[in-house]
Design a binder for this molecule. Sequence first.
Ligand code: GLA
Length: 511
Amino acid sequence: MRKKILFLIIIVFSGILVAYSQEPKTILTPKPGPEPRINGAKIFGVRPGSPFLFTIPATGKRPMKYEALNLPAGLKCDPETGQIKGTLNKPGEYLTTFRVSNEVGSSKREFRIVCGDKLALTPHMGWNSWYVWENHVTDKIMRDAADAMVNSGMMDHGYMYVNIDDCWSAKPGATDSTLLVESHDKNGMINSNKKFPDMKALTDYIHLKGLKAGIYTSPGPFTCAGHVAIYGNEEKDIARFVEWGYDFLKYDWCSYSNIGRRDTLPDLQKPYIFISKILKKQKRDIVLNLCQYGMGKVWKWGKEVGGQSWRTADDLGGSFDGIGTALFRDGFDVYSRDSLHLYAGPGGWNDPDYLLLGYLSNWKGKTVPTPLTPDEQYTQVSLWSMVAAPLIFSGDITRLDDFTLSLLTNDEVIEVDQDPLGKPGYRVSKNGNMEVWVRQMEDGSHAVGLFNRGEKEIDVTAYWSDLGISGKQKARDLWRQKEIGGFKDKFTTRVSGHGVVMIRMWPLSEK
Ligand code: GLA
């Protein structure tokens, strides 16, 4: 009996301990109001002659009427869906104004369409299947993801790419019979496996919603998961991706090591130069994401070889329990050590990998909550936005709890990521566990991230002398979307362990 009571006490006590040690998931992002608000990118690049698709992202009570004033000839906006479609033939910069109205009111915002040879004028926003569905991704999963991007409202905040990662093609020698298909058809065009019965129908489904579709392959003969890849069939496979209607290609080094060398820069650049030449010939805009884990300091030449983004390090979620360590190492340290902010900008972005929030695969056949603490999750989204990284969520988009959704859809944080000036932020000071990062914004304001890499709560101070600003500044807390007053010379705030406070400051006249 005494043993039983002791056992019970231990159980109750450890329950209390666990409850206390789990950080609360505090939602800071205010819910969008009923009045219309236009979000996401303020600038968009397209090549002459390519099909154009951009959906005006806006929150507010439905139904909503969408207008794009002064659209250049060749483009039309659907008033019910906000989808702008058509083609532009003449290169140039076109200034249009979006107007969105509902029964509560209306709102306007300027939008620049740049028709030329540059794509990805702001970092990509979207979803990728890898970290949650890894090798069991299917057509249905991708369709559900597109539905969820619309129904969760993520699309109204600017998310637009729905990207399949590895595992959509044939896999020779697989035990799963759905992967044992002919790798190519009789015309030598690559086939999808039985999990993807009709790729064209899948991209049609995604496009109908006003979203864009992404695909994945490797320059080698096989992908990292052993599926058939592009080597030796590049022209035809790219033609196939165009025929299927893809808008984004992740090009993952993987088995290319068995084909080419990687001793010199030209070795590392060769497959990317080759593929981007083929992509440029297509009558469809396909954004190219270089995935080669940062080899040869890819940030220095990723843009030159035709990439619109390049992975800066190894897989952030390669080991489930190691995500937290990788976040600090690859996010903060790789970036600062090599001054990565010097190399990215409109048309080419540093990609420190996906947002590892919500439910992820634990690589043992289960989807489980992210191992990142709530503070670390705030840190990831804040840091990614400060450095103008692509915001590609890779957790289960069909299972978004309010907290995860709030992290993904804070429009004032997203505005920092998508700032049209495209100048990535950088670290201006490091003092033990305290780090201060700054990003210059197009309107003359500055976004500032005050990070605490230690486990205990501390005060972090941002000094104007470090930030390169002067005079009185009006500050706004971006996660809470609240004015926090005027400050001079410095700003100090309490920051929880592994957490962040993200603010934006505008100069105030001294009068
Ligand atoms: C590599 C990439 C990942 C993912 C997998 C797929 O590890 O870095 O992002 O694409 O391959 O096999």
